[in-house]
Design a protein around this ligand. Structure first.
Ligand code: PEP
Ligand code: MN
Length: 453
């Protein structure tokens, strides 16, 4: 606790102490006994991650705060149970590995790879209910809560989905761990991650050239030093918006050898923009866990709101603990971000600044699609680099919604997707994602921007 700052924290913290605070965005379960039984089952099941992995990521994030690493965090807006399949999981991993290769090569620093997966099943909604043709039902809140179909049965908050979400997270996690542990991520074999498009993309030549340069350097070093074990394996961490507090509490555990409470459903939970109120249940829950944590910061956040939040969530200024993910929008970032950077810098508090150029740039097209323009995404990201440079702070990572599939959800990019193209392959249940090609283009852009300014 800093001198002169009153300790506003409630005296006691427990995994359940959030229950005495206002909890936004939580579903209403009809049957309390059924919910309690599902939560008891969940609490007895094994965790998805371990405390030492969580602490290793925190250490990596501490290094990113010092400018020694760059964070790449990406994945679906919302995972779905139906998309828990081998091609979707491996294609998403491929795109993230390709992007990280581009970043490692271009930025000349290690990249921390964090997926928005293996638990990204809960979604905040702007309204509790949805009305269609005079029928009003509860909103779809993600597969961990209810179904997307517009029927009373699907939209009922179903406690069994808590168990299914945990199981699907474990399936995803298991496959990712097996792929990575089995050499899929070997830097000497980036051809393992090739997606069919690489053959015909306008970006293919630049990517191929980069892959060749890395291969040449690795072979040169191994000629000198013999096989280098680290090249065959990369670390991959998971993250999700820890929105559904019943679920998160059930996965919050004490472990034998590391003190304190860990959320073992993911390495890196974050608080969404809509639930980041200082006195709200999410902040209360997050302040007590030992994981590294993220907070989304939107254009409505002022220094007066942000500084107490930093104090509450990281009172001891622990390295690696707190990541602030700004998501302002291309039109707002120039006005909204500088005062925050300035205030945090003057406070002397340690944070990792990360840009989410997706969530401030969502719009609706005249033909009824929720989309994002690649130019706005790129524009916000480029401005973010410039604004940080001008403030003397460091942009230490990016947070993206992307998929390894050939979807048409965001317009623009190297292929110039138009609004009319959206209907060809629009698959997202919630927010529009970058497709593989737009994702790689963004990675190349990050390199150009941060190397050349
Ligand atoms: C999200 O990351 O999908 C999301 C809802 O973001 P935000 O909280 O920034 O709106
Ligand atoms: Mn989203």
């Amino acid at each position: 606790m800093k001198a002169g700052v009153p300790d506003m924290r409630p005296a006691e913290w427990a995994p359940s102490s959030w229950r005495s605070c206002p909890a936004l965005q939580q579903p209403h379960y009809e049957d309390a006994d059924e919910l309690a039984a599902a939560l008891a089952k969940l609490a007895a099941q094994p965790p998805l991650v371990t405390s030492w992995e969580v602490l290793a990521l925190k250490q990596g994030l501490a290094e990113a705060q010092e400018g020694k690493r760059f964070l790449l965090q990406g994945g679906d807006c919302a995972e779905s149970f139906a998309d828990c399949t081998s091609p979707i999981i491996s294609n998403r991993l491929k795109v993230l590995l390709q992007m990280s290769l581009v970043l490692v090569h271009g930025l000349q620093k290690p990249v921390l790879r964090v997926g928005r997966f293996a638990g990204q099943y809960a979604k905040p909604r702007s309204a509790d209910t949805e009305t269609r043709d005079g029928v009003t039902l509860p909103s779809f809140r993600g597969d961990v809560v209810n179904g997307a179909a517009f029927t009373a049965q699907a939209r009922r908050a179903d406690p069994q989905r808590l168990i299914r979400a945990h199981a699907h997270s474990a399936l995803t996690m298991n496959f990712v761990r097996a792929l990575i542990g089995g050499g899929f991520a070997d830097l000497r074999h980036p051809e393992y991650w090739d997606l069919a498009w690489v053959e015909h993309s306008p970006l293919a030549a630049e990517y191929r050239q980069m892959v060749k340069a890395i291969g040449d350097s690795l072979r040169f070093m191994e000629t000198l030093a013999g096989p280098i074990a680290g090249f065959s394996k990369v670390d991959f961490y998971t993250s999700h918006e820890a929105l559904l507090l019943d679920y998160e509490q059930a996965q919050t555990r004490l472990v034998p050898r590391n003190p304190g409470w860990f959320n073992l459903s993911t390495h890196f939970p974050w608080i969404g923009m809509r639930t980041a109120a200082l006195d709200g249940a999410h902040v209360e829950y997050f302040r007590g866990i030992r994981n590294p944590i993220g907070v989304k910061v939107g254009p409505g956040v002022t220094p007066e709101l942000l500084l107490p939040l930093i104090e509450r969530l990281n009172p001891d200024d622990e390295p690696g603990r707190l990541t602030l993910i700004h998501r302002m929008g291309n039109a707002k970032i120039a006005a909204a971000l500088p005062p925050l950077l300035d205030a945090v810098k003057r406070s002397g508090r340690r944070v990792l600044w990360v840009a989410d150029p997706m969530h401030g740039n969502t719009e609706n097209t005249s033909n009824g699609y929720k989309t994002r323009r690649f130019d706005n995404i790129r524009g916000e990201l480029e401005q973010a680099f410039d604004i940080h440079a001008a403030a003397g702070t460091q942009l230490g990572g990016v947070h993206l919604e992307l998929t390894g599939e050939d979807v048409t959800e965001c317009t623009g990019g190297a292929r110039g997707l138009s609004e009319a193209d959206l209907e060809r392959a629009y698959k997202s249940m919630v927010d529009p994602r970058l497709n593989y090609e737009q994702s790689l283009e963004l990675a190349m852009l990050i390199v150009r921007k941060s190397v050349r300014g």
